[in-house]
Design a protein around this ligand. Structure first.
Ligand code: CP
Ligand code: NVA
Length: 306
């Protein structure tokens, strides 16, 4: 592994498998082993959007690996207004061993990473959320034992950052992937093309749940209809996506052992009903926990090569 993790495609399949193995061992040994492979290092956390899971899990991951997290909110850095992304990256690179960045714009993240001399890890942009997708796949492996042979249906805004990262990695690792979304919310052509290049037979896009092979679905996944930065479009989005909800009726049409995933935060009553989110099929809090373990593994792998 070398350099930045701006998207799931920055990891080879072999590296991804190694990442899952390391994450599982770190999870298993969390309370019995005291390794500090990153002792003496500092790692920057730069966030332009709010966060609970990503900020907490990275901060704690860094601490548990023996390094020191340094957090910067948008209010203090004001990247793009107070100074350029390039200058922020060049300055931070002189202080820290790696930078975890949640930036509004993926293009800005690419500019930032191009100027950084230390590895940059994407903690969510308007295009990808790679750490989320990796934690989700770890969760699927834990529940079903492997990735191959599973059928994941993503319902709702299938063009958002979480759907994109999942689509760019899951079929490549053998997960059958169905996207259920209306026109305007289906994956953009370039992403679909890339995903299909690896897992052609495994990727399907349909307009409605009725067009999907729900009976073979064992993973139902959704995310908010209005992502951070899209607040001005919220009325249109809620209207357009109102029939794309994960609820009891939809779950009943899937395999009996179907699990329900959601990256959180959730809008109960919009993309998912409360009874399903809280019900026996839900694995959303395992997903949230796995952010910690996968990011510990990712930091360790990224910095081992430095
Ligand atoms: N799933 C996720 O990334 O949550 P936060 O926005 O709270 O970090
Ligand atoms: N798609 C959501 C994910 C939040 C973790 C957003 O970008 O707001």
């Amino acid at each position: 592994m070398k350099g930045h993790i701006l998207g799931v495609r920055n990891l080879t399949t072999t590296e991804t498998e190694q990442l899952f193995d390391l994450a599982r061992s770190l999870k298993h040994d969390r309370h019995t082993r005291q390794p500090a492979p990153l002792r003496g290092l500092s790692i920057g956390l730069l966030f332009q959007h709010p966060s609970l899971r990503t900020k907490a899990s990275f901060d704690i991951a860094i601490h548990e690996l023996g390094a020191h997290p340094v957090y910067f909110s948008n209010e203090e850095v004001r990247m793009g207004t107070r100074e350029t992304p390039e200058d922020v990256a060049r300055v931070l690179s002189r202080y820290v061993a790696a930078i975890v960045a949640r930036l509004r714009s993926h293009k800005e993240l690419e500019r930032f990473a191009a100027a950084s001399t230390v590895p940059v890890i994407n903690a969510l942009t308007d295009f990808e959320h790679p750490c989320q997708a990796l934690a989700d796949l770890l969760t699927i492996k834990e529940v079903f034992g492997s990735l191959e042979g599973n059928h994941l249906a993503f319902v709702g805004d299938a063009d958002n950052n979480v759907a994109t990262s999942l689509l760019l990695i899951a079929p490549k690792l053998g997960v059958r992937f169905t996207l259920i979304a209306p026109h305007g919310y289906q994956p953009r052509a370039a992403v679909l093309q890339q995903a299909m290049a690896d897992g052609n037979a495994l990727v399907t896009v349909v307009d409605t749940p009725d067009q999907a092979d729900l009976a073979s679905v064992n993973i139902l996944y959704t995310d908010v209809w209005v992502s951070m930065g899209q607040e001005e479009e919220q009325h249109r989005r809620k209207e357009d996506l109102r029939d794309y909800q994960i609820n009891h009726a939809l779950l009943c049409r899937c395999r009996s052992d179907c699990i329900v995933l959601h990256c959180l935060p959730a809008k109960r009553g919009q993309e998912i009903t409360s009874d399903v989110l809280e019900g026996p099929h839900s694995r959303v809090f395992d997903q949230a926990e796995n952010r910690l373990h996968i990011q510990k593994a990712l930091l360790q792998m990224v910095l081992a090569k430095e």
